[in-house]
Write a new protein. Structure first.
Length: 479
């Protein structure tokens, strides 16, 4: 066996030119999966590709490009660095306990910021929240060059704040522009969600491969005369992320308009109560609405448990696939999992007119329980079989996000949308922090994830029952 191929199989950085095309795709189990997964993803993606309707209202095409251009850049920045956070901390020599503390800091800051960033975005503007995401994440990327625990800790905290903004402000801005300012139809909103998540996972796949190329192209080493400052290797992924964010910042600042939640900027005569004019008032209103609605309470449980299991998985997939004999190529593994996500998103689009979104959530939560059960059974026996279980779960994730996006758009009132979306993330981050602090083994974590997903199944049943009994016309719209 050539030395380059042997090094490649053990996870050492080897360029494509050294291996050749055939050597690259046969270099490991994961590289061998690229072609079949790509074919499956391409077929499903093509079948699910939304076709342009002849009766698109004026301005919808421009609006779609305006939103998706910025969204894809911002989410690409997140995907570029995702596979390398754990790997970078490990390369710096931090223990698993210290790495867990850094992750807890990120999720903890996201949990705390979720209590107020939604209200601030509703009051001061969702566009400003998106700009803040770009700036905070650029700063977080810059801290990754320091082999210093406390500098990395600051980066994790700012990254947690940024994550809260990414998964609330962007979607809130889009839904508000779609339904309030432009008054486009709910069918076009489903179309937009389909395009959004199809592009998101396509960008994620590309980001995984591009990050792998960048990381393998430059050696990981300290800067001369600055032993705590590192360049190259895993840090390249974070540099690429910061560069993409600069372009995203330019797009958002130059072409997006501002919209609000607690007041309508197009209606200067609209009256609001003293309480409703503040972010605190919006939080109180959202809390009261949450406590008085079974469907909203179940929605929070769905988001917290499903996405909590997902983030716990993010922390554990890297060490669970590593063995003394094989170190997986993180970028390639990430790209393969994103292909599975895209397959799920495409399947969700194909089922859009055949199965209500709430029913899709019920099916994928049951399938996800089976995936984690399989991962637990395979622990210590076959990392490749465990990886197949991971692909099944990622497929479920791909179905979940467009489905839950539609459900949230129907359930949550517009004037407190960002506030409510972030309130959903408070218990979510609490679940993740709890999982990380308990120092569970990988097998125990996977079993607990299966339990969380079983709770999701029950919560979906609760939402479905509340609609079928109380608000059937809204339930019927959840396509």
């Amino acid at each position: 066996m050539p030395a380059s191929l042997r090094a490649f199989q053990h996870g050492s950085p080897v360029t494509l030119s050294e291996l050749g095309v055939s050597g690259y795709f046969s270099g490991s189990f994961y590289h061998g999966a690229i072609i079949p997964m790509s074919i499956c993803t391409a077929i499903l993606g093509y079948c699910a590709l939304p076709s342009r309707s002849a009766d698109w209202p004026k301005g919808f095409g421009t609006f779609m490009v305006t939103y998706l251009s910025a969204w894809t850049l911002c989410v690409a920045a997140d995907w570029l660095q995702g596979p390398y956070v754990y790997a970078l901390y490990e390369a710096y020599g931090f223990s698993k306990h210290e790495i867990a503390e850094l992750f807890v800091a990120g999720f903890g800051s996201a949990m705390i910021s979720s209590c107020f960033v939604g209200g601030l975005a509703d009051r001061f503007g969702r566009k400003k929240g998106c700009v803040a995401y770009c700036l905070l994440y650029i700063f977080s990327c810059a801290t990754k060059h320091w082999k210093n625990y406390w500098v990395l800790m600051v980066g994790r905290v700012t990254g947690g704040f940024a994550t809260s903004l990414l998964f609330s402000c962007f979607e809130c801005w889009m839904v508000s522009e779609h339904t309030v300012r432009n008054k486009f139809s709910s069918n076009l909103l489903s179309y937009m969600f389909g395009m959004k998540f199809t592009l998101m996972y396509l960008v994620a796949i590309m980001s995984g491969f591009m990050a792998q190329i960048g990381v393998d192209s430059f050696p990981f080493e300290p800067v001369q005369n600055y032993p705590v400052l590192y360049m190259g290797g895993n840090t390249v992924a974070f540099d690429m992320s910061a560069g993409v964010l600069l372009f995203a910042l330019l797009v958002v600042c130059s072409v997006w308009s501002e919209n609000y939640g607690l007041k309508d900027p197009n209606d200067p005569e609209a009256e609001t109560s003293e309480e409703g004019a503040s972010s605190k008032g919006g939080l109180v209103e959202a809390w009261n609405m949450l406590m008085g609605s079974t469907s909203l309470s179940c929605l929070v449980a769905i988001v917290a448990c499903f996405e909590g299991a997902m983030y716990a998985f993010v922390f554990n997939w890297t060490p669970s696939l590593e063995t003394p004999a094989e170190k997986p190529p993180h970028g390639v593994v990430f790209a393969l999992m994103m292909m599975a996500c895209m397959c799920g998103a495409s399947t969700s689009t194909l089922l859009n007119d055949k199965m209500p979104s709430i029913q899709r959530l019920q099916v994928v939560s049951a399938l996800a329980v089976c995936a984690f059960a399989l991962a637990g059974v395979c622990a210590g026996k076959s990392t490749h079989a465990r990886f197949m279980a991971f692909l099944i779960f990622e497929f479920c994730v791909g179905v979940y996000f467009p489905s839950i996006g539609t459900v949230k758009s129907e359930l949550v009132p517009e004037h407190i949308r960002a506030t409510m979306y972030n309130m959903c993330r408070v218990p979510l981050n609490g679940v993740v922090v709890g999982l990380l602090l308990t120092n569970l083994t990988v097998i125990q974590c996977f079993r607990l994830c299966a339990i969380l997903l079983a709770i999701v199944f029950l919560a979906v049943v609760g939402v479905k029952r509340s609609f079928s009994e109380g608000v059937p016309e809204v339930f019927a719209k959840m396509k």
